[in-house]
Design a protein around this ligand. Structure first.
Ligand code: B12
Length: 148
């Protein structure tokens, strides 16, 4: 499967500070998949452009991460990707606190097929496997270590 990890542009201050999550999840992706990275600060895209990109590149899953300041753009891009028929998983600090908002469980529109809560180091490989089977769960909670 071809996977796109997308970080929306920071449309508030427009300062560019690359985020680490994309590189980490790319490294943690199980073998056999191709992972493409787009940071909107380096490659600005609008909704129509990202929908075209996922179609042209035969993308099977899109992961979007966002802090609160970029989440409105993240949701607009997620909506465009889902309308193109490609599932979206979202993660990062905003949707970790507001998973119901991303999943449309708060009365608003749904933006994501699945949400990864907290750190996704352990859950990302499972998310990819579930996406391949067409069986994404709505919520992926981080694996807790209760040894301490
Ligand atoms: C380092 C850091 C910074 C650094 C570097 C920022 C950068 N761009 O990389 C500096 C000091 C510059 C910084 C600045 C800011 N930061 Co800062 N920062 C952090 C900090 C301490 C760690 C982030 C990090 O790199 N973690 C390591 C990476 C690998 O982990 P991660 O990003 O959390 O990603 C993991 C999960 O979130 C999840 N995940 C994330 N995205 C996705 C996407 C998908 C698809 C999936 C499946 C999973 C997933 O999986 C990843 C792997 O486990 C966090 C607090 C914290 N302890 O997490 C705050 C934090 C992210 N920062 C925050 C804020 C608000 C800011 C600023 C906006 C502050 C300001 N007012 O200017 C600026 C924004 C600057 C910018 N343009 O990016 C907030 C965000 C809150 C929110 N609701 O959005 C946090 C959470 C702190 C807090 N508790 O308030 N920050």
């Amino acid at each position: 499967m071809r996977i796109l990890l997308y970080n929306p542009d920071n449309g508030v201050t427009r300062n560019f500070m690359p985020h680490l999550w994309m590189f980490l999840l790319q490294a943690l992706t199980p073998p056999g998949h191709e992972v493409l990275l787009i940071d909107g600060n380096a490659k600005p895209m609008d909704e129509a452009q990202i929908a075209q990109f996922v179609r042209d590149q035969n993308i099977g899953l899109v992961g979007i991460g966002a802090m609160t300041r970029m989440v409105a753009k993240a949701y607009r891009m997620a909506d465009a990707i889902r309308a193109a028929g490609v599932p979206v998983v979202m993660g990062g600090p905003h949707v970790t606190e507001e998973a119901d908002e991303a999943l449309g469980r708060d009365g608003g529109p749904r933006h994501a097929d699945a949400v990864a809560l907290g750190e996704a180091d352990e859950t990302w490989p499972q998310i990819v496997k579930d996406a391949v089977r067409g069986a994404l769960k709505e919520i992926y909670a981080p694996v807790q270590n209760h040894n301490s």
